[in-house]
Design a protein around this ligand. Structure first.
Ligand code: CAA
Length: 389
């Protein structure tokens, strides 16, 4: 890899990268196609990732995590996603969408109670913002929570919840004061399996098929007020802050997918012969490789830059929205560009299930959609730049 000289990598970073790479290549890559086909949740490997500290990389050791920094997180996630984007999705949701939010906004009780299990991979965490009628326009949700003494009563339907069918704990965003619009949204930590909670329709998906996705339903579900994350009305800002962190994770995922597709293409171009020469000797192929490599390295710079911006924000309290959105936008479009070229370079073999190339192509697509589409990233970046709305 390149870019090392530009970033403050330590021996610890190299260690986690190497450990994640070894594990991903030995234990995840060989089962990725099978789990993609079956759509089964890879519980055994996810548990092992937890034991390695990969499920709560930035969570302090006192709460069951690895106590490392954001750079360590993106390096490890990139390696996991090079082997399998589905494992990467599960890892990124646990780390960024669940643990980060509780670490940043949770009370001591919430940290003690909910972080340890998820950060150590014994439990799966999830994040639930989207609803059937509220996707990109996240402030318009219809689910409701009404205060009742020391509890809130939740009703509503949330959709596209990554790890929804298997998560024990979910950070859920819902309206407590609809008249206040986005300022009426409140976040809660929900325990699945309690009365009033159920898993709805499981989503059948084009890709990241081994990461379980579903609707979740609340019917008079009672959540104690002590499980409220932040204050009433803080939910939208919490959701957005957490998504800023999540977007860096998805950018790392896109980088990992792009690297896997590129490395396979490079190898194929060096070996495969047509018309009496290696196909990599044709300018049509070699120039594609040059573009793939260049975009990947540019994406890498943005991803690591965003990781450093997030790390800095832990001290300054400032936002890293711009860096996260730029990294996600560019890395996800790079993944799609590279995976598309990889299928083309491999020809029929790129289209075949015999090789992982078609899976990289399918997996790349989601990175342009979830945790904010490319259009939403452009909106975020341009609003921050112009100051206009
Ligand atoms: N950090 C902190 N605060 C933020 C913020 C951020 N990144 N972005 C906005 N805010 C604040 C604003 O400052 C504003 O505050 P005030 O109320 O004090 O004025 C408030 O939030 C509202 O901001 P906007 O007016 O900009 O809100 P908007 O309605 O125009 O929406 C948006 C902005 C960027 C479009 C936002 O709705 C968005 O990101 N949409 C995409 C949602 C998304 O990514 N969904 C994916 C869900 S997760 C998923 O994919 C599933 C999974 O499990 C992986």
């Amino acid at each position: 890899m390149t870019g090392d000289g530009l970033f403050p990598f330590t021996d610890e970073h190299e260690m986690i990268r190497q450990a994640a790479r070894d594990f991903a290549q030995k234990e995840i890559a060989p089962i990725a196609a099978e789990f993609d086909e079956s759509g089964e949740f890879p519980s055994a490997t996810v548990r092992k990732m937890g034991e390695m500290g990969l499920m709560g990389i930035e969570v302090p050791e006192e709460y069951g995590g690895a106590g490392m920094d954001t750079l360590a997180y993106v390096l490890a996630l990139e390696e996991i996603c090079k082997a399998d984007a589905s494992h990467g999705t599960i890892m990124s949701v646990n780390n960024s969408l669940f643990c980060f939010g509780i670490l940043k906004f949770g009370t001591e009780m919430q940290k003690q109670k909910y972080l340890r299990g998820v950060a150590s991979g014994q439990h799966v965490g999830a994040y639930s913002l989207t609803e059937p009628m509220s996707g990109s326009d996240a402030g318009t949700m219809r689910s409701r929570a009404v205060r009742d003494g020391d509890e809130y009563i939740l009703n509503g339907r949330k959709s596209w919840v990554t790890s929804g069918p298997v998560a024990e704990y979910i950070v859920v965003f819902t309206m407590t004061a609809p008249e206040k619009k986005h300022r009426g949204i409140t976040a809660f930590i929900i325990e699945a399996g309690k009365p009033g909670f159920s898993v709805g329709t499981k989503s059948s998906k084009m890709n990241i098929r081994a990461s379980a996705t579903s609707e979740i339903l609340f019917e008079d579900y009672r959540v104690p007020a002590e499980n409220r994350l932040g204050e009433e009305g803080d939910g939208f800002k919490i959701a957005m802050t957490v998504l800023d962190a999540g977007r860096i994770g998805i950018a790392s995922q896109a980088l990992g997918i792009a690297e896997a597709a590129y490395e396979a293409s490079l190898e194929y171009a060096r070996q495969r012969e047509a018309f009496g020469q290696k196909i990599g000797e044709f300018q049509g192929i070699s120039f594609q490789l040059a573009d793939m490599k260049t975009r990947i390295e540019a994406a890498r710079l943005l991803v690591y830059h965003a990781a450093l911006a997030k790390e800095r924000s832990k001290k300054t309290g400032g936002r890293f929205t711009l860096e996260a959105s730029m990294a996600k936008l560019f890395a996800s479009e790079t993944a799609m560009f590279v995976a598309h070229a990889a299928v083309q370079i491999h020809g029929g073999m790129g289209y075949s299930k015999e090789l992982p190339i078609e899976r990289y192509f399918r997996d790349a697509k989601i990175t342009e959609i979830y945790e904010g589409t490319s259009e939403i990233q452009r909106l975020v970046i341009s609003r921050m730049e112009t100051g206009l709305r």
